[in-house]
Design a protein around this ligand. Structure first.
Ligand code: CA
Length: 498
């Protein structure tokens, strides 16, 4: 056979083979793994045994950490729920916008539909996207949601194909689940009414009916509507058939997260944003977890969180999705022990340190407020180990965009940076600086390398050298005026960047 004939024969074979090669459905490209983001609530740096907790164990999270990269200098952007979640989903520091503080339960949506978000970006990349768990970014327009009609805009209008959420927090009304914009199990004959100002005369409150309360509030804020014996923030009437059961909340959310994973087709990657209620107040773990720790409801809620993580991981294994799923586990802000209720968590804390070696916690800009657990597992792709590189959750948007071949418009997401190689443990060359937010929009700290400058409204600037003082015990501002001025100028520059 001469060369010419050989090429012709090979060409004919190729034509015949082509339909065979094209027949099977293409699996997701390797650069588009499924992504599961597990977001604990108020879980501190020291609240997992892989981060040094000794009074009780978190075996499921520990396994995840052994198989992935455990970060020791990872941060939320803020020390409270709403701004942290806002920054994570939008790639913009929340303190740039007014109205991004801790939202009441009837607030309107604070993420404008149409703007770039983490789920919208992944949807653009071909992902199926789902949000399960705590939302706390507002629902509805400026006047808030219509609880008895279609609740929009909400998660489904900012990039999620599916949502099953609690509107705000467990300690706020309305104490109902919302699935794809509708209150679950609502009887139209018993409409929900919500007020954050005025009690409903027909409904008992913690303040007026202490005999009906099973978990006492430690102040007037958490002493309004009583649901399941727990007094909440805000007043509510109606919606009796839709009220959630606190003891089955973790099971409900975990079940919905598993259902979401189970129903995804094999040929389309998915993104699951699984925002657990644990370990936020009120801490009412299921009876399976009561007494699992020696630390009372808060420790038992940590155990319950770990149980949810285990169920998600087992689901991925059962469905043979383990290898092609990038799992990220973190928390939305640092820990708090006494947060509105007398629930034994303070007296049973013992020598446990929820913030680990760090000072402060939820509500402030010490390291304990924003330095949180952060674990990335992607079997076969991420080399297990520990990383001390400075990372921020605000970078997940640009980093996951880089992973999935998407571009991010710096105008709408000004603070997110592509730090994918850092998140995947491939390099330790990460950010040199991040901004940490305490409680209000003027309560900020700048981390610049090992230096940290705290600028709070009612105190003079404080400077800490984290190389020698990770616990922020010694304010060295007076001894280093030039460094204070330099970091202050840099913080102002970041704050005023276009
Ligand atoms: Ca939180």
């Amino acid at each position: 056979m001469n060369k010419h004939l050989l090429y012709m024969a090979l060409g004919l074979m190729a034509v015949k083979l082509q339909p065979l090669l094209a027949a099977p459905k293409a699996p997701p490209a390797p650069s588009k793994p499924n992504i599961v983001f597990i977001y604990a609530d108020d879980l501190g740096y020291g609240d997992l045994s892989c981060y040094g907790m000794t009074r009780t164990q978190t075996p499921n999270v520990d396994l995840l950490a052994r198989e992935g990269v455990l970060f020791t200098d990872a941060h939320t952007t803020s020390a409270t729920c709403t701004p942290s979640r806002y920054s994570l989903l939008t790639g913009e520091y929340a303190w740039r916008q007014s109205g991004t503080g801790i939202l009441p339960g009837d607030a309107g949506l604070i993420i404008a539909p149409g703007r770039l978000t983490l789920p919208a970006m992944l949807k653009q990349a071909g992902y199926s996207t789902g949000a399960v768990g705590k939302w706390h970014l507002g629902l509805g327009g400026d006047n808030g949601p219509d609880w008895n009609g279609e609740i929009k805009p909400g998660p489904n209008q900012v990039g999620f194909d599916y949502s099953f959420i609690m509107a705000a927090t467990g300690d706020r009304v309305p104490t109902v689940y919302v699935e794809n914009g509708h209150v679950v199990n609502l009887d139209p004959k018993d409409p929900i009414k919500i007020s954050y100002q005025t009690p409903y005369p027909t409904e008992p409150t913690g303040a007026a009916n202490p005999e009906l309360v099973k978990m006492k509030s430690n102040g007037p804020q958490h002493n309004n509507a009583i649901v399941n014996g727990v007094p909440r923030i805000g007043f509510m009437t109606g919606g009796k058939s839709a009220l959630w059961n606190d003891e089955t909340m973790a099971d409900t959310f975990t079940g919905k997260a598993i259902n979401f994973i189970e129903r995804q087709p094999n040929n389309k990657p998915f993104f699951l944003y699984f925002a657990t209620h644990n370990v936020h107040v009120p801490r009412v773990p299921n009876s399976r977890f009561v007494g699992k720790s020696p630390m009372g409801p808060r420790g038992d809620s940590i155990a319950e969180f770990d149980g949810s993580v285990g169920e998600i991981m087992q689901t991925l294994e059962r469905l043979n999705l383990e290898k092609n799923t990038l799992v990220i586990l973190s928390s939305d802000n640092g820990p708090v022990v006494n947060d509105g209720y007398f629930d034994d968590s303070v007296i049973k804390l013992g020598d446990h340190k929820p913030a680990g070696p760090f000072k402060g916690g939820k509500y402030n800009s010490f390291e304990g407020g924003t330095r949180i657990p952060f674990i990335v597992r992607w079997l076969g792709k991420v080399q297990p180990g520990t990383s001390g590189t400075l990372v921020s959750q605000v970078d997940l948007l640009a980093s996951l965009a880089a992973l999935t071949g998407q571009t991010v418009d710096a105008k709408s997401a000004p603070d997110t940076q592509n730090q994918l190689p850092v998140f995947l443990g491939q390099t330790k060359m990460g950010r040199s600086e991040i901004v940490e937010q305490g409680s209000g929009n003027n309560d900020l700290a700048l981390r610049s390398g090992h230096w940290k400058l705290r600028v709070s409204p009612n105190s003079k600037p404080e400077l800490f050298d984290l190389t020698t003082d990770v616990a922020e015990k010694a304010d060295v501002a007076e001894a280093n005026p030039a460094k204070v001025a330099e970091l202050n100028a840099r913080l102002q520059e970041i704050a005023h960047q276009p």
